[in-house]
Design a protein around this ligand. Structure first.
Ligand code: COA
Length: 196
């Protein structure tokens, strides 16, 4: 049986996930750094809630400790995983992944940004995405894409704010939580920030 907290903190009844935080409060004192093994339990708690309870991701499999370690191992130097930390708390995280496994797509990366419930709407998503864009440029990637369930207003706005534009919509390509979802594809090119 999974234990109540830790990697399986999201299992059980899904709590109310409506945004509650005031944007005016700002993100507070946070440090952005590479994700480490010691962060994985908190990352999994953020991620597993979205997997099980929301359509923010079309993934449907929660990660246990092994799967979460494998996730970190996949995020090599070219495809970093980062966290925003306030005191000892992981309050947000993000990562870059190859957009497709085929070699021709190696320099086209997909981003992922997740903010802890209760800390949303305070600028943390922006901090993480800005750092992912900066790193992607420095690492020599060519463009970034985001695949966003079409009703995810916060993520659409976040990406738009950071220079992403809509390149298309997949109609009803994902089925989750009992219904079909459109997926919006957004992209931004990185050449202009490669050497900054
Ligand atoms: C999407 C998410 C990463 C955004 O991060 P955040 O810290 O809440 O967003 P920020 O405070 O940095 O705000 C970024 C922009 O989005 C807007 N925004 C934030 N929440 C919003 C909401 N619920 N509806 C509409 N716009 C919203 C902000 O106003 C801001 O735009 P502005 O600068 O023009 O005012 C966060 O809400 C989250 O983790 N959601 C659940 C997981 C998820 O959807 N991840 C993305 C998967 S594609």
């Amino acid at each position: 049986m999974p234990r109540a907290g830790g990697f399986f903190a999201a299992l059980g009844p899904c709590p109310d996930s409506r945004p509650r935080s005031a944007r005016d409060a700002g993100p507070g004192r946070v440090a952005i750094r590479d994700a480490h093994e010691a962060d994985l339990e908190q990352i999994a708690a953020i991620w597993n809630h979205e997997v099980l309870c929301t359509d923010a991701t079309t993934d449907t499999e929660p990660r246990d400790q092994v799967a979460q370690s494998e996730w970190l191992a996949r995020h090599t130097e070219s495809y970093p995983a980062i966290v925003a930390v306030a005191a000892e708390d992981v309050v947000a995280y993000g990562s870059l992944s190859p957009y497709q496994p085929r070699r021709a797509f190696a320099r086209t990366v997909e981003d992922s940004v997740y903010v802890k419930r209760g800390r949303r709407g305070t600028g943390l998503g922006s901090l993480i995405l800005a750092e992912l864009i900066r790193r992607a440029g420095v690492l020599g990637h060519h463009s970034m894409l985001a695949r966003i369930t079409a009703k995810n207003a916060a993520s659409l706005r976040l990406h738009e704010r950071h220079g992403f534009y809509r390149v298309g919509v997949e109609r009803e390509s994902a089925f989750k939580l009992g219904r079909w979802h459109d997926v919006t594809i957004m992209q931004r090119h990185l050449d202009e920030i490669r050497w900054t």
